[in-house]
Design a binder for this molecule. Structure first.
Ligand SMILES: NC(=O)c1ccc[n+]([C@@H]2O[C@H](COP(=O)([O-])OP(=O)(O)OC[C@H]3O[C@@H](n4cnc5c(N)ncnc54)[C@H](O)[C@@H]3O)[C@@H](O)[C@H]2O)c1
Length: 343
């Protein structure tokens, strides 16, 4: 693929999106962010510029609106790829506001698919999630495992989203990939980029950092009676910069595939980590001991999920490079900076 190929990154001002912009610039692509800034702001692009030396433009468009999306894609028919990350992602919020999630996550995907398909944009990469598996029967979970009962409407939007792609693919000139991220954590090594929670974070690692900073009175570990080695939930943590790199590899992979191809990849470390092990890694990496207490199970939580990541290794050449302590150290560096400086 020639250098400077244009890549449309929807949700480019978000957590994964901003890291993806950095990786795309680093390997010579020309990314354009498409983000309505509903859950982010454009100042992140100043930070991307400080890291890469390149100003990435943002087109402020609500992709769930068909007319706005159509106009936006018509202005970028020369794009080599679409990386579609724009979505809402808070599981608990999706339980409270299911139609918001159906509307935003599915309409933005359908409009982005229509844009890529109409203009024959060669590659389309969709951010999916390990949430599609529900509670897997076999672990580590492979891409061939069936979808499980979705724990919440957010998870269902990812299942339905993948099904929409599977239906479109055989009729399309575009090639498609769904990347099923496991638990994305950590922050850019520079300290410039990280996860900016919309409200109080509901994920473990930002909550640990907030607890260590005294921003949360104490942290509750949800459930100590799961059938796991210490009774707490097992998850697969993977550094956001490793996830960002996988998008570059997926775009290159799709360029060599036939039209209509649809490939699915797990992006996880391959290792299951209990909540208590994650807390211990946080302590080792940061020297801080966050206060926590054991509470009851949280409805909708699955006991254990971790990835079989061999397909991404074999077909994309993707191997996660950053370990749990680096995830914790960079997440901490990012959160601590926020207490001294406006992010
Ligand atoms: N962070 C994770 O651990 C994780 C895990 C699995 C899957 N994912 C998926 O990865 C993608 C990115 O997640 P993230 O963590 O970067 O989230 P994020 O909230 O930081 O970023 C999402 C971005 O999309 C934008 N957006 C939302 N709706 C939009 C719309 N209708 N039009 C235009 N822009 C819109 C938001 O303003 C935001 O900047 C999401 O699809 C999410 O479901 C994330």
């Amino acid at each position: 693929m020639p250098g400077m190929s244009k890549v449309l990154v929807t949700g480019g001002c978000g957590y994964v999106g901003s890291h993806a912009l950095v990786e795309l610039v680093r390997v010579g692509f020309d990314p354009v962010s498409i983000d309505d800034l509903s859950r982010s702001d454009e100042s992140i692009l100043d930070r991307v510029e400080r890291i890469t030396g390149r100003r990435v433009p943002n087109v402020r468009v609500n992709l769930a609106d068909p007319a706005q999306a159509r106009r936006c894609f018509a202005a970028h028919v020369d794009a080599a790829a679409v990386v579609h990350l724009a979505a809402y992602k808070r599981a608990a919020e999706s339980v409270e506001r299911p139609l918001l999630y159906w509307d935003n996550n599915l309409n933005s995907l359908l409009n982005a698919l229509a844009g890529a398909d109409r203009h024959g944009i060669p590659a389309f990469v969709f951010s999916s999630s390990c949430a599609v598996y529900g509670q897997p029967v076999e672990l580590p979970v492979t891409e061939d495992a069936p979808f499980g009962a979705p724990a919440n409407p957010y998870a269902r939007t990812k299942q339905v989203g993948e099904q929409a792609i599977a239906d479109l693919a055989p009729r399309s000139r575009t090639r498609f990939a769904a990347l099923r991220y496991f638990n994305a954590v950590g922050a850019h090594e520079s300290g410039e980029l990280g996860e900016r929670p919309y409200g109080e974070p509901d994920n473990l690692v930002p909550r640990l950092a907030w607890a260590a900073l005294g921003r949360l009175p104490s942290m509750v570990v949800h459930g100590g009676d799961y059938d796991t080695k210490d009774g707490t939930c097992v998850r697969d943590y993977v550094h956001v910069s490793d996830i960002a790199r996988a998008h570059v590899l997926a775009i290159r992979h799709l360029a060599a595939r036939p039209s209509g191809d649809f490939a699915v990849f797990n992006l996880g470390s391959g290792t299951g980590t209990t909540v208590l092990e994650a807390i211990a890694a946080f302590q080792r990496a940061t020297g801080r001991k966050p206060a926590y207490r054991l509470g009851p199970r949280r409805p909708g939580d699955t006991g254990a999920v971790f990835a079989d990541n061999r397909r991404a290794g074999e077909e994309l050449g993707w191997r996660p490079e950053l370990g749990l302590e680096q995830m914790m150290r960079t997440a901490w560096q990012w959160e601590r900076r926020a207490t001294t400086k406006e992010k």
